[in-house]
Each structure stands twice: as structure tokens, then as C-alpha cells.
Design a protein around this ligand. Sequence first.
Ligand SMILES: Nc1nc2c(ncn2[C@@H]2O[C@H](COP(=O)(O)OP(=O)(O)OP(=O)(O)O)[C@@H](O)[C@H]2O)c(=O)[nH]1
Length: 853
Amino acid sequence: MGKVKVSTFAREMGTSDEKLLEQLRAAGVEKHSADQFVNDEDKRQLLAYLRKSHGGADEEEEPAPSKITLKRRSNRQVKQSFSHGRSRTVEVEVRKKRTFVKRRRDEELGDEEPEAETVGAEAAELEMEGAAAGSAPVAEEHEAPSTAEAEAAPETEEGEETTEREEAPMEEEAEPAEQQTAVEEAPAEEAAAVEGAPAEQPAPEEGPAPDKGKSKKGRKEQEEELRNKEASEEEGFESKKQRKKREKRAKREGRKREDRRGFERPEPQVREVAVPDTISVEELSNRLALKATELIKQLFKMGVMVTKNDTLDSDTATLVVEELGHKVKHVSEEALEEEVLAAEKPQGEAVARPPVVTVMGHVDHGKTSLLDYIRKAKVAAGEAGGITQHIGAYHVDTDNGTLVFLDTPGHEAFTAMRARGAQVTDMVILVVAADDGIKPQTMEAIDHAKAAEVPIVVAVNKCDLPDAEPEKVKQEMSQHGLIPEDWGGETVFVNLSAKTGDRVDSLLEMVALQSELLELQAVAEGPAQGIVIESKLDRGRGPVATILVREGRLHQGDVLLAGPEYGRVRALVNEYGDNVEDAGPSMPVEVLGLSGVPEAGDDAQVVTEERKAREISEMRHQRAKEQQIAANKRAKLEGMFEQMQQGEVAELPILLKADVQGSVEAMRESLEKLSNEEVQVKVIHAQVGGINESDVNLALASEAIIIGFNVRAEASARRLIEQNGVDVRYFSVIYEAVDQVKAALEGLLEPEITEEITGRAEVRDLFRVPKMGTVAGCQVIEGHVTRNAKVRVLRDNVVVYDGQLDSLKRFKDDAKEVREGYECGMGIKDFNDLKIGDVLECYESRETARTLD
Ligand SMILES: Nc1nc2c(ncn2[C@@H]2O[C@H](COP(=O)(O)OP(=O)(O)OP(=O)(O)O)[C@@H](O)[C@H]2O)c(=O)[nH]1
């Protein structure tokens, strides 16, 4: 480098001439003017002095290599393009760290580094010094990245590596800024490229830098890397946001998978569906927890076309419920109601109650007379007001207790009640006329009483008559299992006269005593339960029902459910016409305030909540309607079904009403026995009692005839019968009824068609005759053929045509008949397709009316 003036050197060093001269002098270089020259030796001496004066080690002591670390951060954006065409800009923060190391003197001396580099190192020293002195103008000039942030403190927490380099004692580290970008590892090379880092700079492990100077093989590798890089771009350059999204998605999917495991498609729920006798489509859909439309669709698939409000019978409901994979539980609506009403059962201690007595016996043996006498006897006895009105029952007080009489004599009411499941009677008084003895209805009464397991007290009536033979009655009765007490049996016999009233009291006493043996008991308090024994629609008072209380106590103001009707009890009236506050067990009482007229035999029940009573009432009304509709439909549909199943089946629907159950059963059996394969007698309804409006309606709907056995139609029913021309027949003898029905069935039978083959002719020749078509020249080979005969064309014994003969000629003349062995010309109506060899079979068919015998 040679000599330079002090002033020039001072400028180079960025200091003043005076200060440099001073420092030179202090270093032992005697210079006093800025115009004097300093050589290299002077410079070295000055440097040694400066090191020493700034705390550096003595030259001889060899100072330890000191180092300085510079850090710099720079932010820039890197634009990335993905293989799928989208590009994104990534914010990249590049952190650089440079460590400058001061070399040992001997190394320094041994080095052949150019002077400039030494000056660079010196400059760095000066920078240090400048920095320490508060200014570093020279160092700034020499620092390539002039904006580099100088930090004296060594950085260790970022995994700092120090690489000593001769030419550029610096180390660069490029790190992604975690907090700013998602560039995790890869951008190192880019950061390096941006910074112009030398190619040989060790590349980060994760992303080796492409090397342009590499061989062919190297290029291949490079391409491979690029491909890999491209493939992994989405992963590699996934932003933090993306990663989070991906993680969330994965989590969600994981959860979904778990969900799928946790909430696997549930097994179809199998319900137990309560199916009553009839049920509306809507109600069934509710019970199935299914939309009504779905149920209708299912029914449609099964060939049942219904609407939401239609009623299904039990069979159809069962089928559809099972078809839908549910279980059927057959229940009667009564059972469901019972469940509701069970809660209303009176609770408490049972106490003795009066017996309820029914008077039975043969016609004219004196039942009415007996009941009248007892009732009147009470008037005579001076009961307040006397029995002023017929309410269907009354009670009588005896010395041995109270008795309640059902004021409807005969076993019809008794059986009708029993048929409805209501057994009101505790005891039967069987009236037998002493002058007449046991008669058919006496026998029936015995059977009914026995069937109901009700004890019998025999009233041997008309003992006042001279021809009375009470002993004969006892004898006859004992033959039927009713053995008198005085004969060693258990049956009480009382000889009396209803006309004179003789020994009627003793009958009452005996009944009272007998009932004591029965130990009849009932709960006397609580919500009342009873049975409707009579009902009517009174013009002034509205619906009136006589209730016989069985349990509990019926009060005025109670909400009473009676059959399908309900209402708040407006008034209670006893048999004496008195309004009463309440009625206890076995007491008959007229009830006012019901919504309608219930039927005899209907249950009556006090319901605490009016709402419940209304609901049950509505349900019962609906059920009655449904049963009626279902019965009508059934009568029609089943007939059609059977006809389809059995071909042309004729059916005679019959609605049967009879005076007694025995007659009903006997008639039903006899009539149904008339059925055969072709004709069915279908008793669609059979019941004891007169023919009422509902019967006529049912018969109309079912196109049934009505048979009344010992019964007649009610006035309203008669009007309906006349209006609609319903076929009603009355009988009093069973065989007459059976004969008439048999005749009716014979009328329904298809006439028997018998067929007789009269002859056969073989086609020998064929002629085309204008206007006549084909005429066959035939020979009669069997029997005879007649002109008006029916004919079949047989070809190889197979019928190919069945029709009528059109012409029959013998030579050119029309013939009425041609006999076997003769030739004839035969033409067949509307058939010209005859062939030689065909056989024409002539036949006649006859219709014969058939009988069932
Ligand atoms: N002499 C006599 N006649 C009696 C007696 N009881 C009833 N009669 C007569 O017998 C006939 C029939 O009596 P009812 O009481 O109507 O007989 P019933 O059993 O009720 O008859 P139905 O209602 O038709 O079943 C009447 O003419 C009565 O007067 C009796 O104790 N003595």
C-alpha cells in the first residue's frame, strides 16, 4: 500500500488530522504535521496501540478470538402457484444471523488473504469501536447489507451455528417466521435465493436447493425433486389456516365416524299396537306413530282403499299392522275403558245390600198379578204417596229386610240383560199356576235361572182355584231338579194366590230369608256404579233412565256415564215420585240430566271428571257408529269375497229377530243348515227383541230379508219398512220359517241346464253357395240332426266352434230332421271355416228348476 499522508489517512479513517496525530504519537509514531507521511509499519503500530488501549490483549499475549453476531429480519411475500391452478401469496419473514469472528494473529499472518479483506476485518474492528463510541460510519460503509441489525449479544436460543469462513466470516440462517407464515421448512432455499446466498451454502435438510451446475443425473434428481415438491405443495405450503381447517375437518370426520358407530341406524322399532274390534284409519295411524297417508298407502298396496275417516275391522287392522312389522294386541274397547273406569271404583268396606228379584214364569200364570199385588199392597200399607209410577223396579220392606223387584216380568228382559253382560238379578221367583203346572216357558225360566246361577223360589200361584194342584206342581218341579224343602230338597215353595194376596207376604218373607243366605254385599259409599234397567225419552223431562245402583252411592249433581250417554245428574226420582238426594246399593232410581237415552243393560258409572265422561261417551258413540258401518260393510264385502272365491255363489242375507234366545239359536242353526256349495244363508244379525229402526237400516244396507219370530216391528221400524219395501216375514213356528227360506233359496238357485246330444254328422264335402256361405255335404253317423239344433264343430275331437245350425237340407229341400245313415246339407250360422272330416255334433240343452233336496 505504501506511504500516505496523515491527512489522507485521517480522512480514510473518518477522523480528524489532530486526533490521528495524537493517536500516532501515543502509539509511538512521532508525527507532528498532517502533511507528514505514514507507512505500513506506522499503521500496524497504531493498530496495536488502539487494540491495547481499548482493552484488547497484549500483542504478545495473543487475544482470544472475539466474535460479533449480527441479526437481521426481513419480510417479503412469496407467490406460490399450485398444480391445480390456484396461486396464493405467502408472507415470509427471513431471519438472518451473521457471526463475525476475529482470527488469531498467527492465522492472520499465515493467511494469504488480500489486504482488502484485512482492511474489512479492521473495518469491523472499527465498527465495533465506532459502535462502542456511539458512531460507526466506516463500518456502515463496509457492511454489505447496510440495514443489518447489529446485536452484540450472541444468539443461542435459535439453534445458532457458527461457521468460520475466510472470505466472508459470516453465517446465514434463514428461518421461517412461525408467527407470520406457515412456511415451515421449505422457504429456506428461497430465502437464500432472495438474499443471493452462494450456491454451495449448505441447504436446509428439508428442501435442498436446486443446483444449476449439476450434471444430467443431478438435473434428473432436480426434476424429481421438483415433481415431489409439486406433489407435496398442498401439504408443504399449507397455511396454518388450512392446516387448522384440515385438522378440524379430520376431527369432524372422525367424530362422524364415531357418530356412525355411536348412532348406527336404529333397528326398526316394533310396537305392540292395541287393535280393538273396529278402529278408524286415523286412530290406527296414531297408534302406529305413522302418518295417516302412509297407512293409507300401505292399505292401498294391500288392496284396501280407504280414507282417513274410514273404519277398519279388526282383521284388516291386524293385517296391516303385521305388514308394517308391528305386533298386534287384540283388545276390546271395553277393556280400555275399564282401565279408565277402574280408577272410579268405589273403595271401602262392603255392607249388606238388598237382593234384586225377578219374577219369571209361563204366560198367564200370574206374574203381573203377583207384581201388581205386591206394589198395591205397599199402597195399602200406607207408603207415602204409594208407587205412583212405573220406573222398572221398586223396593219393598219386609220384616226381614228390603227386597228390590224388577218390574219387568218374564225372562225376556232377564235374558236380554244377561246377553248384554249385565246380571242384575240375585234371585228368581218362578210363578207356576197350580192349575196348569209346568209349561214350556216354565222350563225355559228354570234353564235361564240355572244358567245364571241364580237361586229360585217357586211361587205356586192360583191356589185359590178349586182345581189347584200344588202338590202336582211340586212333583213336576222336583223332576226338573227343584226339590221342595219339605221333601228334603233346597227349593222353597210357597203356595199362594196373587189374586187374593193370600200368603204373598210369606213369599216375601221367604225371599228375604233366602237372600240372607246369599250374603249379598256392596260398598255403600263412593262413586256409584249401576245398570240401566229402563230408559225413555220423556217429553217434559228429556232422557230418563232408571239406574239400579250396584255399588257406591249415586248423588244428585254427580257426573254419570250411562252407556254412550253422560251428563250431570239433575234429579234423582224414586218409584214413589219423590226427588231424592242419593241412592245406595240395589236401589232403583230415575236419573234426569243425561245427554241421551241409554239402553237397558248399559253400565252406569259415576266419573269424577266431566271431561273424562265426555271423552268416553264420544268414544262409545264413535264405536257404535263404527260397528254399525263395519257390520254393514262386512255383510256386503264378505259376500262379494265369497262369491269371488267360490264362483257364482248366491247368498241370502237374513236378519233374524226372535222372542227368546233359544228361538234365535234354533232359527239360526236351521237356516244356516240350508246352505250348500252354491247357496249361502247368511244370518247377518240375530237378536232377541222386536224389530227396530236399526235392524231395518242394517237389512237395507245388507239387502237382507228380516225374519221376525214371535216378534213384530216397532212403529218407527214399520214406517221405514214400508218406505223402503224391506222384505219382512213373521213366523211363529220354526219349520214354517225354514220352509219359506228354503223356497226362497230354490228361487235363487241357477236352473240346472242339461244337455243332450241328438246326433252327429260327418262332413264329406264342401260347397260354396252364394248368399249362404259354406254348406257341408254330410252324412249323419249317429242319432239325428234337427234344423234348429245347436251344433258344435269337432275337429280331431276338439271343439273348434259352438253355434247354431243355419240350414239343413235334404237334397235341395229344407229338412226338419235327418236321421242316421242319411246324407244332408248343413250350414252353420256365422261359420264358414268347415273342413272335410269335421264332425258336427248336434245337441239340445234343457233348463230344469232345481230343488235343494
Ligand atoms: N184365580 C186366580 N187368578 C189369577 C191369579 N193370578 C193371576 N190370575 C189370573 O190369571 C190371568 C193372567 O194373569 P197375569 O198376571 O196377567 O199373568 P202373567 O203371567 O203376567 O201373563 P203374561 O203377562 O201374559 O205373561 C189373569 O186373568 C189373572 O186374573 C190367582 O192367584 N188366582
